[in-house]
Design a protein around this ligand. Structure first.
Ligand SMILES: [Zn+2]
Length: 645
């Protein structure tokens, strides 16, 4: 699977996630979200995993196919789940990875609770949802603390949102397998248990001192904690001991992040006290862990669970443990695969909904050996079944040949859209030539009352191909639109506008603008649309003649240079000029600068969905913090994001 093709999924997928009615809301939310602080988890998608949908906001505005079937993607909150007949619909299910997954049937932690409460600050976030095993683990450990300390309450930080998905405070916590739990602390002076209002960092001796700086910060919650505090090692150890007794000994807990000094305090205490078994202490020693590349976790326990067998049978991405004695961890998973494949084999005799669920389930489980069976459903008479087959194949990174062949014959608009998006996601020569082949004449489809030319969708899809091969077909399309008489003028101009936009994104250049400047055609923008179209086509043809032999990287570099940025090569020495480009007025320049950085560092944040100010800040800080590791040149002072004092 080619990583970067997967990153760039279509505008359509974005429309799917948000729905057009809420598109602006969705974009607003993305823009308002601050650059994420890496919490504890990887920020780069693991190989072979679908990274989060990235959509240039320029496209997120006017998608004609908006009322398309909503078949949910990873990264979405509360998407529907492909249930197989007879499955238990009451259990929680963690789907995908902790950074890009989601949570089905979340367990809501309800308050008041005899041994659990939420920190005041986190109580306003509605992140009190989690998986069944995580709730079990934390509740068990909190009750275990109460056996020694009656009335002790365990305070909780962020868990997950109701349907899982991304949360603004952390890159993980998506699938209910992560939980932040506050430390037990005492007031240093009085020695009595103290309830904090927010997670507060402890130093290497386990102490918190309220500082001037702390009070100046606009954290109204931390401002309430103006007393010196100490790590309550006895209660904290009871909590960890409880976790180990719940599942630390049989491999249910992946780790508990905590800083090394605090870990040492806990283990020293446990050994000296002599009340815990060696088995429990050894398990805690293995599972307590200071993460190497994320925050040191000196302000909370971060619990991460492995996948339960129910999760694993639902598409959980990780190691698996069995929830039932004597059942192998993967038994349920194998059963689900068998059940889904049997539904596909029984085919026409079963209800379309079951076939759709079976294909989606196999895709979630990343099982590829039934791909030709799935491909045969591209010919099914039920449109939803065909659309689902296209989606499942693209999810499995399979079927560009079959999708391409079906595209030439498909007439149902929604299925057509799935095929186009699927081919765009699959990428590669075969997919792009199947898509390009459809540009030579109008592809009219009916969507409700409206008639649409599906080439609009194809052009949008090709605009994110980052592939030189699609450029010439698009330039040919422009040329053809100048004289395409059977297409009404408005539709022709709309398509031409989108084609020119796609070419800017693909080539990082705007020869039309150059021509306007060179020939002093100041009134171009107000001129006759037909003349504009002719000039646009001509500018791109001339550009192609002069540039077709160059590699795409060279186009990118020349585009940056022409706009006045000193990016002479796409390498690590040019990261600071690239960061400047991110803030450019021209969206295609900003997009290509961010994509170049993503590829250079194999790091894929959601920066394309943020405002360019947020994106620029994020990248400058991310790189500034890694200047030494990546051997980058010094950051120019005016780009620096770190406070100097
Ligand atoms: Zn955490």
């Amino acid at each position: 699977m080619n990583g970067h093709h997967k990153v760039v999924v279509a505008s359509l997928a974005f429309a799917l996630l948000c729905g057009l009615a809420s598109l602006s809301g969705c974009a607003k939310e993305a823009a308002a979200r601050p650059p994420q602080q890496p919490d504890s988890s990887v920020t780069t998608a693991p190989p072979g995993q679908l990274p989060v949908v990235q959509t240039p906001t320029e496209f997120a505005e006017d998608d004609p196919f908006e009322r398309f079937w909503g078949m949910p993607d990873l990264g979405a909150q509360e998407p529907g789940f492909p249930w197989l007949p007879g499955e238990d619909r009451t259990l929680s299910r963690s789907i995908g990875s902790v950074s890009y997954g989601y949570l089905v049937n979340a367990h809501q932690i309800r308050f008041p609770h005899p041994s659990l409460a939420m920190l005041e600050r986190q109580s306003h976030r509605a992140l009190n949802f989690t998986s069944d095993p995580m709730f079990e683990a934390v509740e068990f450990a909190s009750k275990h603390v109460q056996q020694t300390y009656p009335g002790a309450v365990t305070y909780l930080g962020n868990f997950s949102a109701q349907g899982g998905g991304d949360i603004p405070y952390s890159v993980s916590h998506n699938s209910g397998r992560d939980a932040d739990v506050a430390f037990f602390v005492t007031s240093t002076v009085e020695g009595t248990p103290y309830v904090m209002h927010d997670l507060l960092p402890l130093d290497d001796e386990g102490r918190y001192m309220p500082s001037e700086e702390q009070q100046l910060q606009e954290n109204i919650f931390a401002q309430k904690d103006r007393v010196p505090l100490s790590f309550d090692v006895a209660r904290n150890w009871r909590f960890i001991e409880g976790l180990m007794l719940w599942g630390g000994l049989d491999g249910k807990i992946q780790y508990v992040f905590v800083s090394n000094p605090l870990k040492k305090m806990l283990l020293d205490y446990a050994r000296a006290e002599g009340a815990s078994s060696d088995e429990v202490i050894d398990a805690a020693d293995r599972i307590l862990w200071q993460p190497r590349s994320a925050l040191p976790h000196n302000d909370h326990f971060h619990i991460r669970l492995h996948c339960s067998d129910v999760d694993y049978a639902s598409g959980c991405d990780g190691r698996v443990y069995s929830t039932k004695e004597g059942r192998s961890a993967s038994a349920l998973h194998e059963m689900s695969v068998m059940q889904a494949s049997k539904i596909l084999t029984d085919g026409d005799s079963v209800d379309g909904g079951a076939v759709v669920a079976a294909m989606r389930r196999l895709a979630l489980l990343n099982i590829r050996r039934y791909d030709s069976k799935i491909a045969s459903y591209l010919e099914d008479e039920r449109p939803l079944v065909r659309a689902s087959a296209a989606r499942a194949l693209a999810d499995l990174d399979r079927g560009s040949k079959e999708l391409g062949e079906r595209l030439a014959r498909e007439e149902h608009p929604r299925v057509l859209a799935e095929l186009v998006v699927g081919l765009g996601r699959l990428g590669g020569k075969r997919s792009y030539s199947a898509l390009s082949a459809q540009l030579s004449e109008p592809v009219m489809v009916e969507l409700g009352e409206r008639e649409l030319d599906a080439r609009v969708l194809i052009v949008d899809q090709l605009s994110m191909a980052e592939d030189k091969r699609v450029v010439q077909p698009l330039i040919r399309l422009l040329e053809q639109l100048v004289t395409e008489n059977q297409t009404p003028t408005a539709r022709r101009l709309e398509l031409a506008m989108r084609t020119a936009r796609a070419l800017r994104w693909l080539t990082n250049q705007d020869p039309v603008q150059r021509l306007v400047v060179e020939r002093n055609l100041g009134a171009f923008a107000e001129g006759d649309p037909e003349q504009q179209l002719a000039l646009t086509s001509k500018a791109w043809m001339l550009w192609w003649d002069g540039n077709k032999k160059k590699r795409r990287e060279q186009w990118l570099v020349e585009g940056f240079e022409f706009a006045g940025y000193k990016v002479v090569r796409l390498d690590r020495k040019r990261v600071w000029p690239l960061c400047r480009v991110i803030a450019s007025e021209q969206k295609y320049l900003s997009y290509n600068a961010q994509r170049s950085l993503m590829k250079m560092f194999n790091h894929h944040p959601l920066s394309l969905e943020w405002s360019k100010e947020d994106a620029s800040f994020y990248w400058r800080r991310w790189l500034e913090r890694r200047m030494r590791r990546f051997r980058l040149p010094r950051i120019p002072v005016e780009l620096s994001t770190l406070k100097k004092n």
